[in-house]
Design a protein. Structure first.
Length: 366
């Protein structure tokens, strides 16, 4: 029997999605085949301290009765080091563990935005998911739209509000936004899980919405609402250089006609506010077009490993890409794995696929 593959699962982090990352890590570790994988944990506290966690400690995270959080108390510090034979995990109490694959399960800034990916590249580590440039571009909703538009993929109308613009010419920003059709969605440009997002139906509420988004990111994007069905599609990279694969699409059905799929609807209220219907009730041709758009967006954005591509499908069949997510929610009840389960892959098989894809990727420039 081959030696077990050592996988370091990284979770927590300094973003507003810290607790969701912890829940994701517990689900992923539980799905790891103990005969194939040896799992070690790297927990990053909200203030950025890296600590060593056992696999059992990670599994215990959801059992606290509240949203979990990484604490550095009782866990030795840990660093990554590049050795001649690859990347090692070295703890403050002297334990040195060679790592085969790193599985970053961090959502939002400092984890999904190319920062940790750059650190892993510098340390000669193979890792799950998108590389530096792709992660950065996909995290920034503005840059995502620029790349997709250049590739001929439809995105909705939007306005970017940069820090100096808001500070120096607030009225000019509001005038540009006024050219969009209400409702609009005011978002932190580099946020996730709908944190800091406000749906605005009147210009009187714009300033407060922009200030709310600026609490999470000084760069803000204001997107014109698109009337259509919210259809998402999960994508897995192909093995051996083959084409990416798209799952059966799913649909977000928001029950309140004046609401949207915000953080509370996603994580805190069950199916009271919104339902995810998987597979989506689409005709075969529309489903195939959504899958192709998802693959096209995955390729245009230079994604690797995995991504979830969120789209709007309008009444006349037009497909707009809303945004990609390079580390989508990955609990057993999240859309990404559920769409793949509807396509024939179990949750443990998806986790194994991602580790195997990471092992195939060469180090350095690709």
């Amino acid at each position: 029997m081959a030696d077990p593959i050592t996988v370091a699962v990284v979770f927590g982090g300094m973003s507003s999605e810290h607790s969701i990352s912890c829940l994701t890590a517990a689900n992923v570790v539980a799905a790891m085949d103990a005969d194939r994988f040896t799992v070690v944990g790297i927990g990053i506290s909200p203030d950025g301290v890296w600590t060593s966690w056992s696999a059992q400690d990670v599994l215990d995270l959801p059992r606290t009765g509240s949203l979990p959080e990484v604490s550095s108390v009782g866990h030795p510090g840990v660093t990554l080091q590049r050795h001649a034979d690859g990347c090692h995990l070295v703890t403050s109490d002297g334990i040195d563990t060679p790592i085969d694959v790193i599985f970053p399960l961090l959502h939002g800034p400092y984890g999904e935005d190319g920062t940790i990916q750059g650190l892993l590249e510098m340390n000669g580590a193979r890792y799950v998911g998108c590389g530096v440039a792709s992660s950065a571009n996909c995290m920034d909703k503005h840059l995502t739209k620029v790349v997709l538009s250049e590739a001929g993929i439809l995105v909705g109308p939007y306005v970017v509000v940069r820090p100096h613009e808001w500070e120096d010419d607030r009225q000019g920003c509001l005038d540009r936004i006024g050219e969009l059709t209400m409702p609009v969605f005011v978002k932190p440009a580099r946020g996730g899980s709908s944190v800091g997002i406000t749906k605005v139906t009147t210009g009187d509420d714009l300033v407060a919405a922009i200030e709310q988004a600026r609490r999470f990111d000084p760069k803000v994007i204001v997107e014109q609402g698109i009337t259509g069905r919210e259809i998402e599609c999960s994508v897995l990279d192909g093995h051996g250089g083959h084409a990416p694969r798209a799952s059966a699409p799913g649909e977000i059905i928001v029950h309140d006609p004046d609401g949207f799929y915000d953080f509370q609807a996603k994580y805190l209220t069950g199916q009271d506010r919104a339902t995810v219907s998987i597979p989506a009730d689409l005709d075969e041709a529309t489903s195939a077009r959504v899958q192709q758009v998802a693959i096209d967006a995955f390729r245009a954005l230079g994604c690797e490993g995995l991504a979830r591509i969120d789209t709007f499908v309008t009444g006349d069949g037009t497909i707009y890409v809303n945004e990609p997510n390079t580390m989508p929610g990955f609990t057993t009840t999240s859309g990404f794995p559920l769409m793949w389960q509807a396509s024939g892959l179990t949750y443990p098989q998806i986790v194994t696929e991602l580790v195997e894809l990471a092992l195939e990727r060469p180090l350095g420039l690709r």
